[in-house]
Design a protein around this ligand. Sequence first.
Ligand SMILES: Nc1ncnc2c1ncn2[C@@H]1O[C@H](COP(=O)(O)OP(=O)(O)OP(=O)(O)O)[C@@H](O)[C@H]1O
Length: 263
Amino acid sequence: MSVAALEARAVRAALGRGGQRKQVLHAIDLRLPAGRWTSIVGPNGAGKSTLLRALAGLLPHEGEVRLQGADLHGLRLRERARRLCWMGQNEGGADDLTVYDVAMLGRLPHRPWLAPPGPADRAAVERALRATQAWDWRGRMLGRLSGGERQRVLLARALAVEAGVLLMDEPLANLDPPHQADWLALARAQVAAGRTVVSVLHEISFALQADEMVVMAAGRIVHQGACADPATHAALARVFDQRLQVHALDGRWIALPSEDRAP
Ligand SMILES: Nc1ncnc2c1ncn2[C@@H]1O[C@H](COP(=O)(O)OP(=O)(O)OP(=O)(O)O)[C@@H](O)[C@H]1O
């Protein structure tokens, strides 16, 4: 069997403090194939973002996460940051930086300590900012951008890493339809270039454009399969309480609300 891009073995995680502490991930076993796009979906509170953070090494957990065959927590941080990049929800903290400098943060794992950016870094940042149509406002401050513009800069920062594995939490949040379509093309281009894309998505019709789907509910994986597989569509209907149905349209899958069940 080929090496997985990411693998989780018996991953358990709890969030909150003291009496409020709550088990959020329950013994997750997962294998995400390399060179494919996998979308993670499920109802609100299912544990999707928590799982993504555990896979990125951003959350203490029990069990094991392996990145390209290596123990994630055994890798040096720089090495991990070169292999895996992360785009989270509502990331803050860089409002006083220019768009260009934010995207350049994605090159930190490639540069010697305190070294200025080199030609390869500048070329990667330009590619990334052009790919997300953010190049024209590279001199603007991040804090003065709209939600969707900001999202495109954070995406550029992740792309600038040029890592083999990209994890994205809600990458379509705040994007208008043309930029959602651009993101879709971008995800496909990453996969065509041999990279692995893993995205948590609420927009099920977009999630169905991926190769594979992981369906979660209540901190567990209830299904993993191809987006084209009828068993995946049935799992989706199940976790969303039979309140959506997957239909074929022009050779693609779309999810529509079911009308036969009142709330
Ligand atoms: N800091 C926290 N302390 C305690 N519980 C938390 C904390 N953060 C999240 N949770 C709980 O963990 C569970 C999983 O949250 P998570 O954000 O992973 O879900 P999700 O599937 O990504 O949800 P959504 O679709 O709403 O974004 C939820 O029940 C949530 O209430």
